[in-house]
Design a protein around this ligand. Structure first.
Ligand code: HSE
Length: 290
């Protein structure tokens, strides 16, 4: 039997839409072993009741991808999932499932495939690499397509605490991508290039105070914030409480803030959300380093 841990991830970090992602220090556990039955799937933890136990299970779909890539048929497998990454909240639950299945199946078969091939397969299943890349590689990763190839670079991992505020409602990535416009004004694109440049420079130079502007976004948050009551007020309160930078995590509804120390920021976010009748669970974590 093999057992792998796959981290939650936060994509975009504000202006790095579909390009930047950070692995966080809480994990889903995927165990894969032999079974006397054709297929056994057990699911525990977050959202367990919503996850399918048949061949449509996303972890199993990823497992199948590895077997097929190696010319094999998956048979007599027992899959046990212990989930900590909440579903459809912008914390990379589908990336964790896909990468979990790929890494577990690859390990089960003796690790024949290199990381780059796993990343290619993961991106094919997910559609964009910004969650699957940090889920697979850890840390903070810049990733994107060069024609049909996925390229990536790992950035220095920031020395910060990460406050993760998870509202008690789900938002599917597909729905929150649909709300985005086909075009944006040139001036807004220019501003976004400026902000993402500050984001990368702040990480590389450890000048985290520049995340105040480096995590501002003009591409997707103006639209997605309509689906998240009080979003900009939450951002302002978190900054007032000392956050370096605040952004929507992936496609939301989770908000993440990077801070020297997170406690006051977490309290401020919780209170600000409550003013809009949004209950949010606060997790204090750190970027995952590997
Ligand atoms: N970059 C993606 C988005 C991440 O914002 O839609 C969500 O999975």
């Amino acid at each position: 039997m093999v057992c792998v841990l796959i981290p939650a991830t936060s994509a975009n970090l504000g202006p790095g839409f579909d390009a930047v992602g950070m692995a966080l220090s809480f994990y889903n556990e995927v165990s894969l072993g032999p079974s006397t039955k054709e297929l056994e799937i057990e699911v525990f933890g977050d959202g367990a009741e919503l996850i399918s136990r048949d061949k449509n299970n996303l972890v199993y779909v990823a497992i199948t991808k590895i077997f097929e890539r190696l010319g094999k048929t998956p048979r007599n497998l027992k899959l046990t999932l212990k989930n900590r990454v909440p579903l459809a909240r912008g914390l990379g639950s589908s990336a964790a499932a896909i990468v979990g299945g790929l890494v577990a199946a690859n390990a089960y078969l003796g690790n024949p495939l290199p990381k780059d091939e796993l990343l290619r397969l993961a991106t094919e299943l997910e559609g964009h690499p910004d969650n699957v890349a940090p889920a697979l590689l850890g840390g903070v990763v810049v990733s994107g397509f060069d024609r049909d190839k996925v390229k990536y670079l790992k950035l220095p991992v920031p020395e910060v605490e990460v406050v993760v505020a998870i509202p008690k409602f789900q938002l599917k990535t597909a729905d929150s991508r649909q709300i985005l416009p086909a075009e944006i004004p040139f001036s807004r694109a220019v501003l976004n290039v400026n902000r993402v440049s500050f984001l990368i420079a702040a990480f590389c130079l450890k000048k985290y105070e520049y995340l105040q502007i480096g995590m501002e976004d003009y591409l997707h948050q103006p639209y997605r914030s309509q689906l998240i009551p009080g979003f900009y007020q939450v951002v302002e309160e978190a900054k007032k409480a000392g956050a370096y930078g605040v952004a929507l995590s992936g496609s939301g509804p989770t908000v993440i803030a990077l801070a020297k120390e997170g406690e006051a920021v977490g309290r401020a976010i919780k209170e600000a959300f409550l003013k809009f009748n949004v209950e949010a669970e606060i997790i204090y974590t750190r970027p995952e380093e590997r």
